[in-house]
Design a protein around this ligand. Structure first.
Ligand SMILES: NC(=O)C1=CN([C@@H]2O[C@H](COP(=O)(O)OP(=O)(O)OC[C@H]3O[C@@H](n4cnc5c(N)ncnc54)[C@H](OP(=O)(O)O)[C@@H]3O)[C@@H](O)[C@H]2O)C=CC1
Ligand SMILES: CC(=O)[C@@H](O)[C@H](O)COP(=O)(O)O
Ligand SMILES: [Mn+2]
Length: 398
């Protein structure tokens, strides 16, 4: 009998459709680096950006995306012109980003920075079985409503953030009762050893020099103030079945141990790796399998020693501000996040100093409290209203 086509050869699986929200950013580009390393494994459905039409068009063409969307409507003409004749659909505007996020696909990587990522992340639920979430502001501002919507839609949320991905890997599902503590590690940022008296004078460039990770500007400033760790505590509180008293931050300057889970039997489980976001992103893209990546293996003997210390809440007041917001359990995390976004943007624009970031966040929380009740947002509209109100107050506090 003659052999049929492909007889004896292994049949490659159909490519997995992948959409990346925030494709031009640090997480987006790391994701595309993994895609490029496995030709034929993924088919790019949608790529989005904020306003960088040139880079978005280049990526859309290189990765043969079906749709490319830029949030800033003013960037539409450039995107359209650059994609003319390619067959790639171009669109613009915040609604178009959410519409593109809602296109059916097999996995979505949600990597828009800030509260702007909430609406597209919500829109993606139901259109994809798996959403790999890097956008921590979604969980901080609207975690309960987002996670409830994901559950209703049957979309599995996988954490991309390195600490939460580490915890995901060592948190034995279904065994929450056996866990006594969830530990989020922190590099300590560029000012780990900077005396308090010098913090007022640190510049934007100094704050943007993260010792371990290459990331977008907003999260890099959050790392320098330790607000990133505060946001991450809230993120962990949303994601894992633990109480606020079971969550802690541990400064670990080498950024090799990304997260730990302590069990009541005395075991402390951790995930270790070189500080490279392609590991947690690759984990999410392969989940529930594990696939090789091009990430350099961790050589512990070359590192020699791993050190740990407690965070300094006096020099880095953003951390206790976030902890207090988490303990309140109402709309305070949403307000904290909005005020921080306003303050970080102002710091990056040279309008305020480094220590003003915590001052603006604290003042905003104080002022909004004076206005009356602060309930946990239960809809996108409620979250958008609270976020907008907090932004107005924060802008007045700059
Ligand atoms: N970078 C990292 O290693 C890590 C990041 N994260 C989280 O992942 C998210 C992304 O971070 P990162 O990649 O560093 O950020 P970047 O600033 O590098 O990238 C942000 C992306 O979002 C797009 N964008 C910006 N504003 C808007 C908007 N209003 N509407 C739609 N898209 C927009 C940007 O487009 P454009 O290029 O056009 O501006 C870009 O594609 C953040 O929430 C961060 O906290 C978590 C852990 C690690
Ligand atoms: C890579 C990642 O997950 C970042 O959130 C990282 O944690 C930032 O470093 P810090 O520990 O300094 O905040
Ligand atoms: Mn992190």
């Amino acid at each position: 009998m003659a052999a049929g086509p492909g007889a004896g050869a292994s049949v490659s699986p159909a490519p997995r459709r992948l959409s990346i929200l925030g494709a031009t950013g640090s997480i987006g580009l790391n994701t595309l680096d993994l895609v490029a390393a496995e030709p034929g494994r993924f088919a790019i459905e949608t790529l989005t950006a904020g306003r960088n039409a040139r880079q978005l068009a280049e990526l859309a063409i290189r990765f043969s995306a079906r749709v490319a969307v830029v949030a800033d409507a003013a960037a539409y003409a450039e995107l359209r012109d650059r994609l003319a004749g390619t067959g790639i659909e171009a669109a613009a505007g915040a609604e178009a980003v959410a519409d593109a996020a809602a296109r059916p696909t097999d996995i979505v990587v949600s990597a828009i920075v800030g509260f702007a990522g909430l609406a597209p992340s919500l829109a993606a639920l139901g259109a994809t079985p798996v959403l790999a979430l890097a956008n921590k502001e979604t969980l901080v501002s609207a975690g309960p409503l987002f996670l409830a919507a994901a559950q209703r839609a049957g979309t599995r949320i996988l954490p991309v953030d390195s600490e939460h991905n580490a915890i995901f890997q060592v948190f034995e599902a279904g065994n929450a009762d056996t866990v006594s503590e969830v530990i989020v590690t922190a590099s300590g940022g560029p000012f780990l050893r900077t005396p308090k008296s010098e913090l007022a004078a640190v510049t934007r460039d100094m704050a943007l020099r993260h010792p371990k990770w290459r990331m977008g500007p907003k999260i890099t400033i959050d790392s320098a103030t330790l607000m990133n760790k505060g946001l991450e505590l809230i993120e962990a509180y949303r994601l894992y079945p633990v109480s606020v008293d079971q969550l802690s931050v541990l400064v670990h300057p080498q950024s090799v141990v990304h997260g730990l889970v302590r069990y009541r039997d005395g075991s402390l489980l951790a995930e270790l790796g070189v500080p490279d976001m392609r590991t947690p992103i690759g984990y999410c893209l392969a989940w529930p399998e594990r696939r090789p990546t091009t990430v350099k293996p961790l050589d512990l003997s070359a590192i020699g020693s791993l050190t740990f210390e407690a965070p300094d809440r006096d020099r880095f007041p953003c951390l206790p501000l976030a902890e207090a917001a988490m303990r309140r359990g109402d709309g305070a995390p949403c307000v904290l996040n909005a005020a921080n976004e306003v303050a970080v943007e102002a710091f990056l624009a040279g309008q305020i100093g480094f220590l003003d970031i915590a001052r603006v966040v604290e003042a905003t929380l104080g002022k909004i409290d004076g206005e009356g009740g602060l309930s946990e947002p239960d809809s996108l509209a409620a979250a958008t209203e609270l976020d907008g109100r907090a932004r107005k107050i924060a802008s007045a506090c700059l």
